[in-house]
Structure formats: structure tokens, C-alpha cells
Design a protein around this ligand. Structure first.
Ligand code: MN
Length: 300
């Protein structure tokens, strides 16, 4: 099942090039703030499922291209992220000398992205106006948690997964000769976490560690990896995060990027494609607002 949120916070099931509106089966789906209805719906999915399928059977197909896709969980409680997490990428970052010696989540743990940085295909990515720093794409498999869980052993961790989605972890890079800003801030600008285009439920993914993960910029392949090359897999990440804090239904875990990160600029079209999960295209624009902090390149 592919579950999308679209237009004015409506909920739909995606089949091929069509979307079927099942909003009537989702309690609280409405444009009111905060849009926590998907967090609740994911928590209650087993009991909602028959009603969702009933709504699907009486819905008319609408062309997917005619709707505005929002993040498939617009308001999760937490967005957790792993650092660089594929074997080759660690080497690349080490060579660029911009990570702390290329350590994985197993050594340095995880970080948070602002929930308010989520965006979907309808809005896309907005880079802060007038900033001259480098902003990069990171192509990541997103895990959507399905159950409240704490201290989950990795052997049981995949039972806590509701589904998977595509996530671009947009990042303001550290520059040499510029003080190293907090990672949370560099990754939490508004719209710096495109998520979507839908959630593919876990029953459709035979093995999350056997998925190709690709990202294109203006049609050019920039990242091309497979989740089998993850250093810390999905189950171990859930074990790690849940050993520190409670994970809640609807929470998002960005599982870390492979090699091939690179800059994005206003006017670019970024497309992420994860095998069996989906493909999401987002436009890059300049934000209406600049930032008083400048985020300028050092003089060279
Ligand atoms: Mn990342």
C-alpha cells in the first residue's frame, strides 16, 4: 500500500499513475494545525485499514500528476538521522576532511533534523536567499516507525517499521576556514527535508537492505548505491535510537547517505528513486527570505 498526503491535507492511496482519495477513513484529516492526523493514523493503522480499503473501493481514480503532494507524514513527532552510512561514502567524506574522521552511527550515534524542515514535491527545496555556501543533496531511505517502542533489540526492530519513503537530507556544508556550525542547524533550514512521494508500507518491501538508492540532478545520475552497503542497517539503527529515546508511530529515521553527494542550486530538479519504495521529484528554488547570518563563503 502506498499512502500519500495531498492538496489540502487529504489522504490517498497511490496505484500506478492514479491516486484514490480515502480521506473519509482517516480521523482528523484536515488542514488545521498541527497536521498530526497521519501520526495518529499510523498508530491506529490496523484498525483503520478495513475502512481505508472500503473508501478505496468507492473512490474514483485521480491522475497523480494533477495533485499537489505533501510530505506523507506532515507532522511526525521526531525526525532522526544517521550520519553518512555507506561504505564508499565514508571514504569520500574523509578525503574532503569535512566529517569527524568518517565515523558511522555505530561510533558517533545519530542526530535530529527539525520536523519543521519537512517538505514534499509540491513545495520543493528553498535555499536561503543570498547565502553563498554550498548546499548538498543526500539521498536516503527513510524509515517510518509504526509502533511506540523503546529498547528494541535489532532482531525485532523491523516489526516496529510501518513503511518506507524517500528522503533528501539537504545540508549546508561545512567550509574550510569558516567556523563549523551545528549540524542540526545546517540541516534544518525550512524545506531541507523533502520526504515522499508517499509511504510504501513495510509488507511491500521484502528486504530493506536490498534496495537501490539513486539520486539525479537535472537528469544526471549523482548517487547510485544499494542499501546492502549500509554500515549500520535499518534494524541496528532502530535498536540504537530506541536505546536512547522512545520512538513513536510516524517518526521518521533518515538512514544516512551513500557516496556522490553534490551541490544543488536554484533552478535544479532533484529526483530520488528508491527501488520498490518510489520516486520523488522536487524543484530547487531560492527562498523568499534571506538570513541575517549571511552564511557566506570565506574569501579565498
Ligand atoms: Mn544525511
Amino acid at each position: 500500500m502506498k499512502i500519500a498526503v495531498f492538496n489540502d491535507y487529504r489522504v490517498g492511496l497511490v496505484e500506478g499513475d492514479s491516486i484514490y482519495d480515502v480521506t473519509s477513513a482517516i480521523p482528523g484529516a484536515a488542514p488545521a494545525w498541527p497536521a498530526i492526523f497521519m501520526t495518529r493514523a499510523i498508530a491506529d493503522w490496523q484498525s483503520l485499514r478495513p475502512r481505508v480499503l472500503e473508501a478505496r473501493s468507492s473512490a474514483a481514480p485521480v491522475p497523480l500528476s494533477s495533485v499537489r503532494l505533501l510530505p506523507p507524514n506532515p507532522c511526525p513527532i521526531q525526525v532522526v538521522a544517521a550520519p553518512a552510512n555507506y561504505r564508499k561514502h565514508i571514504a569520500e567524506m574523509g578525503a574532503m576532511a569535512v566529517t569527524k574522521k568518517g565515523r558511522s552511527a555505530r561510533e558517533q550515534g545519530f542526530f535530529m533534523k527539525s520536523t519543521a524542515s519537512l517538505t514534499g514535491p509540491a513545495r520543493g527545496i528553498e535555499l536561503p536567499r543570498s547565502a553563498t555556501r554550498r548546499f548538498d543533496h543526500e539521498s536516503e531511505l527513510a524509515v517510518i516507525i509504526g509502533k511506540t517502542c523503546r529498547n528494541v533489540p535489532r532482531e525485532q526492530a523491523l516489526d516496529a517499521v510501518f513503511g518506507y519513503s524517500c528522503l533528501i537530507d539537504v545540508t549546508m556544508r561545512i567550509e574550510k576556514d569558516v567556523a563549523e556550525e551545528e549540524r542540526v542547524m545546517r540541516k534544518s533550514f525550512e524545506t531541507f527535508t523533502p520526504l515522499g512521494p508517499w509511504i510504501t508500507t513495510a509488507d511491500e518491501i521484502a528486504d530493506p537492505q536490498q534496495l537501490s538508492n539513486q539520486l539525479f540532478v537535472n537528469g544526471e545520475l549523482r548517487q547510485d548505491a544499494n542499501t546492502r552497503d549500509m554500515i549500520v542497517g535499518v534494524a541496528e539503527l532502530i535498536e540504537l535510537v530506541s536505546s536512547v529515546m522512545t520512538l513513536y508511530p510516524g517518526d521518521v529515521i533518515a538512514t544516512g547517505t551513500p557516496e556522490g553527494i553534490g551541490p544543488i542550486r536554484p533552478g535544479d530538479k532533484v529526483s530520488i528513486r528508491i527501488d520498490q519504495v518510489g520516486q520523488m521529484e522536487v524543484d530547487v528554488r531560492e527562498a523568499a527570505a534571506g538570513t541575517p547570518f549571511g552564511f557566506e563563503l570565506a574569501a579565498r
